[in-house]
Design a protein around this ligand. Structure first.
Ligand code: SF4
Length: 315
């Protein structure tokens, strides 16, 4: 698989583009995730023509449509940023991004809970950075996160799983559209979808079952939208344990009573959050290889992202 293209706030890469001439290097993003992705850096404030260093800015006014204003001299940068951002998102279409990692809390780049000041100078954490808002409105289905939220292991796994899924989907889109290709993609992703939402699993199963009745372009569009929605829903130990038990059913004939007991114990320890997900997954992967189970062998759920990222190693 070629590298995944991800947009990123430039300062997170260690570039000295912040208002004070500094950066906000995030080592996980550069040194670990960076091995699998190609970053497309975007610094709204510098790219819209502001110097380094520069006066700091913040959001003011109505939290749903705030103004971007410099903190000391009160220059209003809203129109300048807005015009630049509208053009920049159109340019970014050609990069075929699979997601964006924003700098948290920034009035330009923050994706949520950014401070917006009222006329009395009191902040409420309800704003969205100006560029981040325009980006998210333009690329409605793209996975987005900020570096602060990515420190949470569950949010990190969810985001990275989504960007890898979108990359695989984009590979499907680069081929000739066909119902067979879509069904094959769906079959491989079934258990991954089930681990996020049994409801979406059923909904997508119904969509694929009536694939022949839907014009192919519409089918692809509907499938992509529902897939991205489904994967955005959080997994949980309970949902994962159900998928693991479902997989265990494929070995009913082969496993000895002892092996079944051991696997059930491991799944239960995972459900109780005593051991990480990687433990039952490794055991099931072992049985999949040993018994050459054809359906499970193809399941992305067993290998949704590189092991080296250690995304399933936490409890
Ligand atoms: S937060 Fe955004 S605007 Fe500010 S320095 Fe980083 S990339 Fe540039």
């Amino acid at each position: 698989m070629e590298k995944i293209k991800l947009g990123i706030s430039t300062c997170l890469l260690g570039e000295n583009v912040r208002y004070d001439g500094g950066h906000k290097l995030d080592r996980f993003l550069t040194d670990t995730l960076g091995g699998y992705v190609e970053y497309v850096p975007v610094c709204p404030e510098v790219e819209c023509g502001l110097p380094i260093p520069r006066e700091s800015m913040h959001l003011e006014g109505d939290p749903d449509s705030p103004r971007l204003v410099t903190t000391r001299s009160k220059q209003d940068m809203t129109d300048r940023m807005f015009q630049w951002a509208r053009k920049r998102v159109i340019e970014l279409e050609k990069d075929n991004l699979c997601g964006f990692i924003f700098k948290s809390d920034s009035p330009s780049s923050g994706m949520e809970r950014v401070k917006v000041y009222n006329e009395k100078g009191m902040p409420v954490k309800r704003g969205v950075g100006m560029f981040a808002r325009i980006f998210m409105e333009h690329f409605l289905l793209l996975p987005v996160e900020d570096e602060g939220r990515l420190h949470d292991p569950n949010l990190r796994e969810n985001f990275i799983e989504r960007i890898f899924a979108l990359k695989r989907w984009r590979e499907i889109l680069s081929k000739k559209e066909s119902r067979g290709t879509l069904v094959e993609f769906h079959t491989k992703h079934k258990l991954l979808i089930l681990s996020h939402s049994p409801k979406y699993y059923q909904m997508m199963g119904k969509l694929v079952a009536k694939a022949k009745e839907i014009p192919i372009k519409e089918l692809y569009q509907q499938y992509q939208a529902i897939l991205m929605e489904a994967l955005q829903l959080k997994t949980s130990p309970k949902k994962n344990a159900n998928v693991l038990q479902h997989m265990m059913g494929y070995f009913r004939e082969q496993l000895s009573a002892d092996e079944k007991r051991e696997l059930l114990e491991v799944i239960d320890l995972y459900r109780k959050e005593i051991i990480p997900l990687i433990v039952p997954i490794t055991l099931i992967n072992h049985y999949v290889r040993k018994y050459d189970q054809p359906y499970l062998k193809e399941q992305i759920y067993l290998n949704p992202h590189p092991l080296e990222l250690q995304l399933r190693n936490h409890v």
